[in-house]
Design a protein around this ligand. Structure first.
Ligand code: ATP
Length: 282
């Protein structure tokens, strides 16, 4: 890709970004993102697709500012080339205090968000926690109201408020994780497979929620996803990654119809989109 588009009013700009995982125990150093450039305008939602290991999660993780790992776990990704700006903050070498300020406005829904929900907290506590973590004295009634609104937006009944994660289905847990990620009304959402595990009948409500937030303004998102209805409903453009490099950045139906890369052609075949989309109005 050449230089990023829309840099003027961009929420996120990525310029020739390279990300490595350092050598760790028996593993050698590994380049996961290799010279990626892209931009996400304010009030734009983009998608990221690509085969397993193509660097989608690493790119999402870095842009969400998740640049450290807990001691004893796998190494964190390191920006080794280029630069990324999120809401005007340069990520390379960003200091902890600035990162904390940035992450107030950037929600990150990692791939394992549902599994990471603290098992000892109820749904009400899980969804309300980010508000209280920011301001312990926040009015309890206002927190309750906000939590109820968020549950409604992800189509969970209020009956789940007092339940613990183990009492929910995996799809319900994922919706709790989404509600939690959006409770502080972030300006940017970075979500890794947001509809994973969610029943097909309620996935539409997640698409609608993301589209509504975008239309209401001051909201951008990057969605790592292979959920075609979600991509079609919420994104204008989708980045296709292969071996850490951008191999396409276009509307999803154009990517699939053109099948410019073997991965895209295979994905179009697998989802039965190749011929359908040639006749689809854009
Ligand atoms: N913590 C880590 N340490 C070392 N290498 C890693 C780490 N996390 C990911 N990788 C490697 O980086 C590459 C990109 O992984 P990444 O998870 O970003 O890809 P992905 O496209 O999201 O894959 P998937 O769809 O399977 O989640 C892979 O080769 C992966 O093995």
């Amino acid at each position: 890709m050449s230089s990023p588009a829309h840099t003027g009013d961009a929420a996120v700009t990525v310029d020739d970004l390279t990300v490595d995982y350092p050598a760790h125990r028996a593993s050698v150093a590994h380049r996961a993102v290799d010279g990626v450039s892209l931009a996400v305008a304010a009030d734009e939602v983009i998608g990221i697709i690509g085969e397993s290991g193509s660097g989608k999660s690493t790119l999402a993780r870095v842009l969400a500012g998740d640049l450290t790992s807990a001691r004893g776990t796998d190494p964190a990704p390191v920006i080794s080339g280029g630069e990324a700006h999120v809401l005007g903050h340069a990520l390379r070498g960003i200091r902890r205090r600035e990162l904390t300020r940035l992450t107030f406005n950037v929600a990150y829904l990692p791939q394992d968000a549902a599994a990471r929900l603290a098992p000892e907290l109820t749904v009400a506590e899980l969804v309300g926690e980010p508000i209280l973590a920011r301001d312990r004295r926040y009015n309890a009634k206002a927190v309750g109201l906000r939590v109820a609104t968020m549950l409604d937006q992800v189509q969970l009944p209020l009956a789940v408020l007092d339940k613990y994660p183990f009492e929910l289905s995996s799809g319900q847990r994922q919706r709790v994780a989404i509600a939690r990620s959006l409770v502080l009304a972030p300006r940017v959402l970075i979500a890794d497979e947001p509809t994973a595990g969610i029943d097909v009948t309620v996935r539409g409500s997640i698409s609608e929620l993301i589209e509504r937030l975008r239309v209401e303004g001051s909201f951008s998102a990057i969605l790592v996803s292979h959920d075609l209805p979600l991509l079609r409903h919420t994104t204008r453009r989708v980045v296709a990654l292969h071996s850490g490099r951008v191999v396409g950045f276009a509307p999803i139906d154009q990517l699939l119809a053109e099948g410019a890369h073997p991965f895209l052609a295979g994905f179009a075949e697998a989802t039965g989109q190749r011929d359908v989309d040639k006749t689809r109005p854009r």
